[in-house]
Write a protein that binds this ligand. Sequence first.
Ligand code: ATP
Ligand code: MG
Length: 578
Amino acid sequence: MLQWFLRHSYRYRSYLIFGLVMIPIVQFFRIVRPTIIKWVLEAVEKGQGAENLALALDYVLLFMICIVINFVLQALQVLATSYAGLNIVKNIREELFDHILKLPFVFFHSKNSGQIIIRLTSDVEAVRAALSGGLVRVVGDCLAIVGILSILLHMNWRLTLYVVIAIPILLKVTAWIGRLIREGMTSAKRLLSQMTTAVSEAIGGLEVIHGFSQQQSVLAEFNKLSRRYTEKYHELNNVEPTFYGFVEFMGSFLLACIIFDGTSQIHAQTLSFAELVAVVTYVQSIMHPIRHLTGMFNNLQNAWTSMQRIFNIMGESEEAEVNQQPALEASEVSRLKPALEFRDVKFSYGEELVLKSLNFSIKPGEKVAIVGRTGAGKSTIIKLLNRFYSPCSGEILLDNHSLENIPVTSLRERIGFVLQDVYLFSGSVQQNLSLFEERFNQASAEQVKILKNSGFLTLLGQELKDVEHNGENFSLGEKQLVAFGRVYTKNADIFLLDEATSNVDVRTEQFLQNQLNLFLKNKTAIIIAHRLSTVRHVDRILVLKEGQVVEQGSYQELVSKRGEFFEYFRHQYKDLAI
Ligand SMILES: Nc1ncnc2c1ncn2[C@@H]1O[C@H](COP(=O)(O)OP(=O)(O)OP(=O)(O)O)[C@@H](O)[C@H]1O
Ligand SMILES: [Mg+2]
């Protein structure tokens, strides 16, 4: 993890090194101040002469110069570390999202969107806070404590003894409070991610919630989380002031002891008044870093756990790496014939097998329909062909080469698909057809022209309106049309259509059917459909039942066989009067 982090930090090393080098310098100009006060007082103590006064004034001037230098150097230090922190975190965030996009689908089964959003936002922010100053302050504070203690020891060991006794107690309490706050923060963060998920699910399912009048129960669930989150923060808020109060008390008690002992030492003439003032000022200034150390230490620990969580995601193997090194070159893949084969494929999403020993093959250019009851595993076949998942056993082959041996991106370039749930991105229809890709845009410009000429785009309405979030301003059928156009504009030669026309009206379907016949010429296609009218014109139909092919043949063969296929479509036959 450290290596990964250092790799990101390397580019901004000069800023970070500057920040670190500045730490002792800034601290020097801070802790030297009480000593200068001591010099001023000693000069005053010497007598009323003009010479002493001038000396005192010189020291005051030195004091002012120290303040200014301290201010300027500290500002530069903050600027440098903030700049480095912001940029390192920007790169981490971008790399993390890039990695998330490449993770295999199985990863997302165990995660909700809230958790992932928190990783990209609040966890990344915790790392930024630590980098942009937290780390520098903690090191600076520690250095200040050590520096002040050595000066005190040099000035008066007896008075230093009080401080030395008090510091371990304070640090012990600090560590204990730190643990309490850290644990509290972890559960608060968990609640925050649950709230984020609840909100995103509620917005996604708004229509169902309204339709079934479930606002109250959704609200109650959210309020429960919100209450627990507030309670957690209340607990945390109570802890900190109590702790600060304790530090304040300890500080004042310590000062009282020091002044008491110091006065008796002045009496015994073993300590000067100026020295006592300097000691008191030092003790006061040592309290400041000790008090802040808790908060800062917490931030650092927070950042550490956040970084571990980010790194855990970064450690997940990317889709392409999950399988062994692909054996074929991209150029070889583009020359493979579009012939598909499932050889004894078994697959399960979890415990139960969805595909049980699935066997079938499709010749280049063949159009095959897959029919079967809901949950039979039809869409799963499409997902396996796209390598969204890998089979548990058996092999899927493209032109006799196992998909395992084919680079995922080259494989997907050969495939065009319409999934059952169409997803549209915000933007124009044009962008949704080309999926925002410049290269793709040019290659498919011709295709878009054909789409326009064929009247396909006019099916979406005269004015092509822009797509809003998740295509909410499009009807299901319109969404399917866009998805259909998307695969149309992709120059692939294997087409996987999962219920691609299930939501369009019969006339539009007929239009698409005609288009499809032209468009699927010389292409291999798997067409999944529940409508008889869609599967009638294909070369071969596979009937899938409980993860196996139980029947296959041409439409006429299956109808005359009167088996599973006939049973399955019995009601639709009547409608079609066959
Ligand atoms: N992501 C998933 N995690 C776990 N189980 C899943 C997942 N996706 C699908 N399944 C299960 O796998 C089985 C097959 O699903 P699949 O989507 O392939 O069915 P289908 O034949 O396409 O059905 P439909 O006709 O309703 O679209 C179902 O029992 C389903 O519950
Ligand atoms: Mg399906």
